[in-house]
Write a protein of this length. Structure first.
Length: 351
C-alpha cells in the first residue's frame, strides 16, 4: 500500500511539473491534454492522502497534500485582486447599465463621443450551430459593443441577420474561409462602432484567419480588436502551440506601442497552465506578447467555459486579452444554446 501511495505521489509530481516546460516543448501529444487536467489532480491526490492518513503513513500523506496544493497554484492566482486594482467587480452587465456608445444610427464617432469603455463578448459557435437568437439577445441585453465569434459559417451569419444583429452591431469583419486551415469555421467580428480600419487577417498563424478592426477611443487612442481560434492539439500539436504564441505579434505591432490598445478575444484552446499561453501573456519578444487575461486580472476567480454541459469539471479555454492601458470588469461566462462553449463577456475601460 505504501509503495502504491508513493507511486501516486511521484506520478502526480511529474504531471504537475510538465506545466513548467518551456513554451513550445509541451507541443507533443498527449501533453496539452494532460496539462489541461492539472487543476483537477487534487481529487485523486487528496483521496490518496486520505488513504495515507487512515494508514498512519504521515510522511507520504504530507507529500501527497503538497503535490495536490501545487496542482491548484495557478487557479489560485485568479483570486488576486491586486492585479487589477482599478477594475470593477465581476458579474454580468445589467440591462440598465449606462453605455457610452450609440446604436440607433450607424455612424462614425466624433472626438467628443468616442468611448472610454467597451463591452465585449466572445463565443465559439460549434460549427455554426449556436443559437443565433440567443446571441443577439445577449448582445442587446448586455449592451455589447464588439462581438467576436469563432467557428462561424454562412448559415449562422444568415440566422444572425434574421435575428436582428444588423440593428445592434452594423459593422462586421470576417476572416476568409479556408478549408485547409479553418478549424470548425471562420472567425468574425461585429461592432456597434464604425471601424477606422479592418483587415481579414491581422496576424499569420497556422489556423483560421484572425480578423481585426480598429476602433477610435477617447483620448485620441485606438483599440485593435481581433477574433482568434488557434487549432486544438488534436489538429496538430505544433500548430496549436505556434498559433497561440503567434498571437503575441499583435501586441508587438508598432501602432500599438504604449498608447494604443490591442485586444484578442476567442477560443484560444489553452489556459494559464499551458506554457504556450503563458508565453502569450509574457514579456516582449519573439515568443510572447504582453497581453493580460481579463478573468485573471479581475481577481474574482476563473471564468470556466468548456464544456458548457458540465458544471464540473470545466476548464477555461475562452479568453479576453488586452495589452496594458485598460482595466477589466464584468468578466463572466454566459450560456448560449447549441454550442459546447460558454460565451465570455467583459468590459475594458481605459486606464
Amino acid at each position: 500500500m505504501v509503495t502504491v501511495l508513493y507511486a501516486v505521489m511521484l506520478i502526480g509530481a511529474i504531471w504537475v511539473a510538465i506545466a513548467n516546460l518551456p513554451a513550445g516543448l509541451e507541443a507533443w501529444m498527449p501533453l496539452p491534454y494532460m496539462i489541461a487536467l492539472i487543476p483537477f489532480l487534487w481529487v485523486p491526490l487528496g483521496a490518496a492522502a486520505l488513504v495515507a492518513a487512515v494508514a498512519h503513513e504521515w510522511g507520504v500523506m504530507c507529500m501527497l497534500i503538497a503535490v495536490a496544493l501545487a496542482s491548484t497554484t495557478r487557479r489560485s492566482e485568479y483570486w488576486s485582486k491586486s492585479l487589477n486594482p482599478r477594475g470593477g467587480k465581476g458579474g454580468s452587465t445589467a440591462a440598465g447599465t449606462s453605455r457610452e456608445t450609440t446604436r440607433e444610427t450607424p455612424r462614425e464617432t466624433s472626438c467628443e463621443t468616442r468611448p472610454s469603455r467597451l463591452n465585449l463578448m466572445t463565443l465559439n459557435c460549434r460549427y455554426g450551430r449556436a443559437d443565433a437568437e440567443r446571441i443577439v439577445a445577449e448582445v442587446r441585453d448586455r449592451y455589447i459593443d464588439v462581438l467576436a465569434l469563432q467557428e462561424v459559417n454562412d448559415d449562422l451569419v444568415a440566422r444572425l441577420e434574421t435575428a436582428g444583429i444588423q440593428s445592434l452591431l452594423p459593422y462586421r469583419q470576417s476572416g476568409e474561409p479556408k478549408e485547409s486551415s479553418d478549424n470548425g469555421g471562420y472567425n468574425m467580428l461585429f461592432s456597434a462602432l464604425e471601424p477606422a480600419a479592418a483587415v481579414a487577417n491581422v496576424v499569420a498563424i497556422p489556423a483560421a484567419d484572425v480578423p481585426a478592426i480598429t476602433l477610435r477611443l477617447a483620448g485620441d487612442r485606438t483599440a485593435t480588436i481581433a477574433s482568434a481560434h488557434p487549432k486544438s492539439p488534436m489538429r496538430g500539436c505544433h500548430d496549436w502551440s505556434a498559433g497561440i504564441r503567434g498571437l503575441g505579434a499583435l501586441a508587438e505591432a508598432k501602432h500599438i506601442g504604449d498608447h494604443n490598445i490591442a485586444v484578442v478575444m476567442g477560443d484560444l484552446n489553452s489556459s494559464t497552465d499551458h506554457p504556450s499561453f503563458r508565453a502569450l501573456l509574457g514579456g516582449r519578444g519573439r515568443t510572447g506578447g504582453r497581453f493580460r487575461d481579463a478573468s485573471l486580472m479581475q481577481g474574482t476567480g476563473p471564468c470556466l467555459t468548456f464544456p458548457s454541459w458540465l458544471p464540473w469539471p470545466r476548464i477555461e479555454l475562452d479568453h479576453i486579452l488586452a495589452t496594458p492601458g485598460v482595466t477589466f470588469s464584468n468578466v463572466a461566462p454566459v450560456h448560449v444554446r447549441n454550442t459546447d462553449h460558454l460565451a465570455l463577456t467583459g468590459t475594458i475601460t481605459l486606464a
